[in-house]
Design a protein around this ligand. Sequence first.
Ligand SMILES: CCC(=O)SCCNC(=O)CCNC(=O)[C@H](O)C(C)(C)COP(=O)(O)OP(=O)(O)OC[C@H]1O[C@@H](n2cnc3c(N)ncnc32)[C@H](O)[C@@H]1OP(=O)(O)O
Length: 307
Amino acid sequence: MVLCAVRRQLLSSSSTCGAWARFLQRQGRMFVYSSIHGFNQEEIQEKLQAFPGGSIDLLTQESGLAVLTINYPSRMNAFSGSMMVDLEERVSQLEGWTDGKGLIVQGASGTFCSGSDLNAVRAISNPQDGMKMCMFMQNTLTRLLRLPLISVALVEGRALGGGAELSTACDFRLMASGSVIQFVHKHMGLVPGWGGAARLVRIVGSQNALKLLGGAVKVDPELALQIGLADDILQEEGTGTPLQRAENWLSIYTKGPAPVIQAVKKVVLSGRELLLSEALRTEKDVFGTVWGGPANLQALASKSKHR
Ligand SMILES: CCC(=O)SCCNC(=O)CCNC(=O)[C@H](O)C(C)(C)COP(=O)(O)OP(=O)(O)OC[C@H]1O[C@@H](n2cnc3c(N)ncnc32)[C@H](O)[C@@H]1OP(=O)(O)O
């Protein structure tokens, strides 16, 4: 139901969304998995809801910045089943947020996320349920990364397992000093299944990805910056809360009108995901949505210089 609503919304709204819908259609799919892959969203949602606890909180602000908080501090912000369902709902909300420009993903109480809730994992450790949960989370995190918002994971404390995977579903990662990103999957007899390996290879390259996954390496901010996993380090001595400093950091990229910022994200995303000829066609479509638009006309009228 939700998938259909989002598809309708994308296909029927303004010209910007029209270009975006064409981009998604060109990929042949909105989501990675659908009924043709034997995926039944309602069925897995019902199963996941049987493992409640915590929440995923979304705050959208007039500034065009939203904050998504992974909130289950008593379990180091592990993902319960109901939180996986919550996350999908929050991503749907963000897909419909026409005024949005940026998104910060953070964990509550000074730590990012310790992966999936091991209590829920134990209860669904059979192969069938594992595959369903994997497809559900891949769909959700792919949609998170494809949002027409510039996103940053604010990593404080630990990002472990699925938490490390979640951090790769943002455009940028900002690490607080003392924080750690660790793909602990090997120690759990696993590999990433929420799309984290595929994204990690694209972020740090296959050699570094192999080292991080094969060695379950504890990646501190300095190492992360060196290999390109982190985009910056939030030093302890900065002013304001880590969230305020992350908002400040992101504002360099989200300053300006929403249609322009969204267009920036869209052309980069199509370049990242599509073959060159398709990416070029998408770029043309997105360019068409801003050419002669209010921001473009205003800049032309003001004869702006870029000295
Ligand atoms: C997609 C694949 C995956 O994500 S598999 C899951 C990968 N994650 C893990 O294995 C994390 C396991 N947990 C840990 O290593 C530690 O709890 C970490 C996160 C390092 C925190 O250590 P420490 O600061 O000493 O706190 P603690 O162990 O006392 O934890 C506090 C309470 O939180 C809980 N917790 C933590 N992580 C999870 C989790 N993933 N699932 C369920 N519960 C978790 C701990 O059990 C502990 O609870 P309690 O106070 O003993 O009731």
